[in-house]
Each structure stands twice: as C-alpha cells, then as structure tokens.
Design a binder for this molecule. Structure first.
Ligand code: ATP
Ligand code: MG
Length: 291
C-alpha cells in the first residue's frame, strides 16, 4: 500500500484566504490549504514566493494580516486562543538547527519537555533517548552540538521536536544548510517519520524527496498557490506555465536564468556569506535532480 492511500484523516490545519503583508509588500495573497492527519504536504516554489512566511503563519511566528488558520479546530488568530497550547502540538525544524550550544544532545532534547510539559527528568530522558534512537543518534546523547556534523545536529533538532509529542511537524528547508553528503541521512529520518504516520508540512527544494514522500505538493509563486496536487502530477506533469518554468530551473540548475534567483536566495539565507560568493547547492552538487 502506498503512503498516500492511507491518508484519509481529519483536517489538522485549515487555512482560509490567508494574507500577509510586510509594509507594502503583500507577501501572501489569499492562500487556502488543508493538511489532514497523517498527510505529508511539501511546499515548493522560487525564492521569495512566501513559503517560509506561510509556514511561519501556521504557528504564529508571523501574524497573518487577514484570513483564518485553524489548527485542530482552534482559530489561531483568535485573540482568546491559547497559542502556547496550540504551538505545543507543532514541532518546528528550521534550516539552521538552533540547538543550545551549552547543552548536551540529551539536554537539548529534555529541556522543553521539563520546562513546558513539566515532565520529570527521568521521563524526559527516556523520551529523548527513544527519539534519539529513531534518528540514529543514541550514541551521541552526551555529545555537544559543536562536536556533531550539520546532519547530526539537524537530526538532534528533529529528535528534540519529536520529544514534545507533536501532532504536526513543520519543516522549513531542513536540508538546505547541509553539505550534500549529509542530506541523505536527514531525508531518511524524515521519510521514516512519514511512514510512521506523522503529519508533516515541509518546505523543501528536494524535488526527489517531495516526489517520493509527499502525499500532496503545493507550488507557490508570488504569494499564491499556483498549482497543487499529487506529486506525480505537480512535479512529473505540471499544468501551469510558472510551475514548468520553476521545475525546469531546479531540475536543470545550469539553466541560464538561475543566477538572479540564486543571488536572492543567498541574500535571504546566508547572511554571513557575501551573496556574490554564494553557490547554491544545486549548482555544484546536483541533488535537486530528482525528476
Ligand atoms: N520578517 C520580514 N520582514 C519583512 N519582509 C519579510 C519578512 N519575512 C519575509 N519577508 C519578505 O517576504 C517575502 C517572502 O519571503 P519568504 O521568506 O516567505 O520566501 P521563501 O519562499 O521562503 O523564500 P526562500 O526560498 O528564499 O526561503 C520576501 O519578499 C521577503 O523579503
Ligand atoms: Mg524560506
């Protein structure tokens, strides 16, 4: 049985006519989307199209300008809603791993369990070890983040998020800061999570992953959802011109128009590296070549 044929759960997230502006920049222009229990939804699209903003609105890291977002039936934009309670149901994994450098791996995976969920130390450690095993890092429990590779740090970040027993995991380009040889391990962990039935909303540039693991792919451009559907349809046989152009570009990174977008991408993501010096992974390593 394929993963997608089992995804028939109730809606966990319902987004209706979501708008977000930063000043005069109208970044999200009326998004509608539903994420069902157990579903893996991948969001793809060019740099600056609003993917991160969309994801960040779902757990109110950004406040929507208008529209409705319901998580588990609760309206998150309602001033009376307990956003902390809602956020506890959502694990977030970012491009940068954001581990606490002064805490061991185990410490990173237990702290929020104890402070937010009020679990005992023993209980939190048991849960953390269970999740470290899931991400293949049992033996690193006592290591510090600086002693780990980027891929290992990202897997710790995933274990940390899982240790809060989230109902939904949000990922924002979890592999794009990694050296290419480390990407596979993180994607394997995510693939396993998906197979275990975790509900996942994943912004990614990994087309092969999206095609294989997603139940549904959303292509965004210019703050709107241009095309959405089965990955074989959206990635394999896109109907919209903008989707075709984007996919051509990511699946063939030598495409002549890639330069401008890459510079924009570099500016957004690699603050410490001059945009001029930045080479997008696809240009050198070709791990976008999923199609
Ligand atoms: N906090 C912010 N303040 C002002 N503008 C912002 C902020 N966050 C995002 N933007 C703007 O919103 C637009 C969409 O940005 P967003 O980060 O959502 O794009 P993205 O699709 O995730 O791009 P990328 O693929 O580069 O990560 C961009 O024009 C960006 O400059
Ligand atoms: Mg982004």
């Amino acid at each position: 049985m394929t993963a997608s044929s089992t995804r028939t759960g109730a809606a966990i997230v319902e987004v209706t006519d979501l708008h977000k502006s930063f000043g005069s920049n109208h970044v999200l222009q009326g998004l509608n989307a539903t994420i069902k229990q157990g579903e893996v939804v991948c969001v793809i699209g060019p740099s600056g199209s609003g993917k991160s903003t969309f994801l960040r609105c779902i757990n109110l890291l950004e406040e929507p300008t208008s529209g409705s977002i319901k998580v588990g039936g609760d309206e998150v934009t309602d001033p009376d809603c307990d956003i902390d309670a809602i956020r506890r149901n959502m694990g977030m994994v970012f491009q940068q791993f954001n581990l606490f450098p002064h805490l061991s791996v185990l410490g990173n995976c237990t702290m929020a369990q104890m402070t937010v969920l009020k679990r005992s130390k023993a209980e939190a450690e048991a849960k953390a070890r269970e999740n470290l095993e899931k991400v293949g890092l049992s033996e690193k429990a006592d290591a510090y983040p600086a002693q780990l590779s980027g891929g290992q740090q990202q897997r710790v970040a995933i274990a940390r998020a899982l240790s809060m027993d989230p109902k939904l995991m949000l990922f924002d380009e979890p592999t794009s800061a990694l050296d290419p040889e480390l990407v596979g391990d993180v994607l394997s962990v995510m693939r396993r999570l998906a197979n275990d039935g975790m509900t996942m909303f994943v912004v990614t540039h990994e087309m092969a992953f999206a095609r294989e693991v997603a139940d549904r792919v959303i292509f965004m451009d210019g703050g709107v959802i241009v095309e959405e559907g089965d990955p074989e349809q959206v990635i394999g046989d896109p109907q919209e011109e903008r989707t075709k152009t984007f996919l051509q570009r990511v699946l063939d990174p030598t495409h002549v128009d890639a330069g401008a977008e890459d510079a924009a991408y570099a500016k957004r993501h690699v603050g410490e590296v001059a945009a001029d010096n930045f080479v997008k992974p696809a240009d050198t390593h070709g791990h976008y070549s999923g199609g």
